[in-house]
Write a protein that binds this ligand. Structure first.
Ligand code: NAP
Length: 257
């Protein structure tokens, strides 16, 4: 049920378009990739996990769309540029980019190792820069494009033990607004989504009592599902969001209001 497109009016509304979803092998990224495919687009799934990326691509093909799976590390600009080039060669164009790949390496400041800081900034923030830079030229040439960056409520609220993650996600928000201003005149929109606590592998590692405490802090009293985030991506990449750019949409059950 959670994997259905809840917005039937968006079905097939981006038919013929091509999307790239980073971190699309599992979790929120996989659900976004499948949702965009149900909306009519062909999808390139990018992930460090080749096998799972291929599995998501297989599910997309079963929906009757073309799909490619790429093993690529978003921290590497050459990987990003090579990937976008192959997407354009094989699928003909690139209309949509969803920068979703992300990691956590939690620690309080006094214990945080330099490698933990660097790894999170490299994947979450530099990865977003790399793929955005790689799609910018073809999107500017087409005079149209949609870029959706997955930030987090933590980038807005901060969180003890997540200084690196909060900095990376706050950085994504500032980056999204800046690039939205740069690319608006070329017909390219750039928006960010700030999910709250979503039930995925990333949050499954939290102990049950922590998950229960978190649930209590959420006005809607439940963790989000990947589909809750994917539905908002669906809106942002659809014609319904033609006049929306530089925004941060919270998908957090009311945590931040
Ligand atoms: P997830 O289940 O861990 O999925 C993330 C995917 O990104 C994994 O397939 C991961 O591969 C891949 N990835 C990691 N490093 C990569 C790299 N360098 N290059 C390419 N792919 C890479 O996480 P999720 O919960 O779906 O989160 C997706 C996004 O939502 C992240 O940006 C996260 O920060 C954000 N978010 C999540 C929550 C939440 O509560 N879950 C809340 C707010 C925001 P491996 O598993 O092989 O590393």
């Amino acid at each position: 049920m959670t994997e259905q497109v809840k917005l039937p009016w968006l079905s097939d509304c981006i038919e013929g378009q091509v999307a790239i979803v980073t971190g699309g092998a599992q979790g929120i990224g996989r659900t976004i990739a499948l949702t965009i495919a149900r909306m009519g687009a062909d999808v390139a799934v990018v992930d460090v996990d080749q096998e799972k990326a291929e599995a998501t691509a297989g599910e997309i093909r079963e929906l009757g769309r073309s799909a490619l799976a790429f093993k690529a590390d978003v921290t590497n600009l050459e990987d990003a540029e090579g990937c976008v080039q192959k997407v354009v060669e094989k699928l003909g164009r690139v209309d949509i980019l969803v920068n979703n790949a992300g990691i956590t390496r939690d620690n309080i400041l006094l214990r945080m190792k330099e490698e933990e800081w660097d790894a999170v900034i490299a994947v979450n923030l530099k990865g977003t820069f790399n793929f955005t830079k790689a799609v910018a030229r073809p999107m500017i040439k087409n005079r149209s494009g949609r870029i959706v960056n997955i930030a987090s409520v933590i980038g807005v609220m901060g969180n003890a033990g997540q200084g690196n993650y909060a900095a990376s996600k706050a950085g994504i928000i500032g980056f999204s607004k800046s690039i939205a201003k740069e690319l608006a005149s070329r017909g390219v929109t750039v928006n960010a989504i700030a999910p709250g606590f979503i039930d995925t592998a990333m949050t499954k590692v939290l102990p049950e009592d922590v998950r229960n405490q978190l649930r209590e802090q959420i006005p809607l009293k439940r963790l989000g599902a990947s589909q809750d985030v994917a539905d908002v991506v669906a809106f942002l990449v659809s014609p319904a969001a033609n006049y929306v750019t530089g925004q941060v949409l919270h998908v957090d059950g009311g945590m931040v209001m």
